[in-house]
Structure formats: structure tokens, C-alpha cells
Design a protein around this ligand. Sequence first.
Ligand code: 15L
Length: 276
Amino acid sequence: MPPDSPAHPTSIRFSRLLLTGAAGGLGCTLRPRLAAYCRRLRLSDIEALGEAAAHEELQPARLEDATAVHALLDGVDAVVHLGGVSTEQPWAPILRANIEGAFHLYEAARKHGVKRIVFASSNHVTGFYRQDEVISPHDPVRPDGLYGLSKAFGENLARLYFDRHGIETVCLRIGSSFAEPKNRRMLATWLSYDDLERLVVASLTAPVVGFSVIYGLSDNTTGWWDNTGARHIGYRPQDSSEPFRAALEAAEPTLDTGDPAALYQGGAFVRTGPFD
Ligand code: 15L
């Protein structure tokens, strides 16, 4: 178990958690950290997962494979679903992993009686709002590409499975979760790894979440997303991008306001992708 786990005092809350997308950037970050909260951690991905620790179960699966996803959910208390395409890509892989895959995941959860999912959505669900607007999860979606559109589908799917089947989901519209903010945009969108853990653990353990949407960001000085409607989750970010501001502004002293990437919240995603 990680000695520096910042979210809560170490406490086992789950017999078995499932982490999908466990070989990805955020999956690798959460893998050691989630060990503090469960007896068994089932890890899935299509990429190599390395060696299993004593508390881990490795179960590779393609999300478009309904049978494999059904098996993934067997015996699981809750899911952290990071799996799928996480950048702008052609429609075919997005369709398979993020649309079909999300459907298989929720169907498997329904059949296995799994009642809580933390769904890694994305800020790109609302990427076409401007950087001079502050929005909340109650504002209409404005996806900035096929990837953001697929995450909007995932959120709607989660809404349906809560209304119809009582499966609770917290949709995390993750900003930019990296060890450090990498550019000026990320001064507004950064989510530190410790805050990511706090957010995921709060989403897993809040007593009642129903269907909730919350932006995943640290306590940054500048920002575009109002999370006050999600205070019931109990997430309190403790990091800030501010210590990185001077260096990032010096590295990018001027912004090209003719570039859509500098105008819209989605940054370069608003001009990346399959529409060339
Ligand atoms: C995302 O949704 C991506 O998965 C991630 O790689 C970042 O690019 C992030 O958005 C962002 O907006 O910075």
C-alpha cells in the first residue's frame, strides 16, 4: 500500500475494485494508489499490464468484446472506468472502445449487480465553450470532436442506467491530469495526481451520488469550471497550478488569439482530428 496516499486515511472500503485502462497514464498513476482502498484490485487493459502484485488480478479485455467485459465485472463491488480512447482519433476506434465498450460495461454492471461506477469523462465534452466563460455541469454539452462526443454519449449512458437501473455513476470531466501542467492552458485545466486520487476516492465512497458530473481539476487560481453543484461528493482539491505559472508564461509569452486553440476551452482539440 502506498504510504503517501493523500485522499483519506488508509481504509479498505471494497472487496474488489475494477480499474479499466490500467496501463494508460492515469491507470498507472491510480494502480498503486487504489490498493489502499480494496482487498483485490482487478486491472484491465489491451496493453501490457506487467506483473501482478499479491492483491492484483490482471484481466486483459477489449472493451468491444461483450463477453470479455461481462467477465470483467464478475464479483466486482465498484468500477473505475478509465478504459477506451482518450484522445481525438478516427471514428472506428472511438466507436468500438468508447461507444460499444461503454455500453458493454454498463450492461455487464447491470447483469452483475454492480452499483457504482466512476466514469472518466473529459473536459472535451464541453470543449467548444470559450475561455472567457465559466460553465458548470448543468450547461449543455458542446463537444469539441468525436472523442468529446463519445464521452458525452458515455455520460448519457450513465444517466440512463441510473434512471432505469439505479446504477450510480460519477462522471469525471477530467481536465489535464499530469505530474505538472505542461502549457499555459493547463494553468486552468490541471489536475494533480494527488487530487486525481482524492477525486476518484471521493467519487467511490460518497454515500449517495446518483448520477453526478464533476470537473476534474485542482484548486487552480484561474479556471473555467464551476463545481459547486457537486459538493455532495466531498472532493476538496489541495493542489494548484499557480507555482508553475511564471515558468509557463515565460515559455509562452504571447497567445495567438487567431488560433482557436487559444480561444476555446478544449485547446488544440478543437482543431485536431478527422475533419481535415
Ligand atoms: C483529455 O481528455 C485527454 O485524455 C488528455 O490526454 C489531455 O489532453 C486532456 O484531455 C486535456 O484537455 O488536456
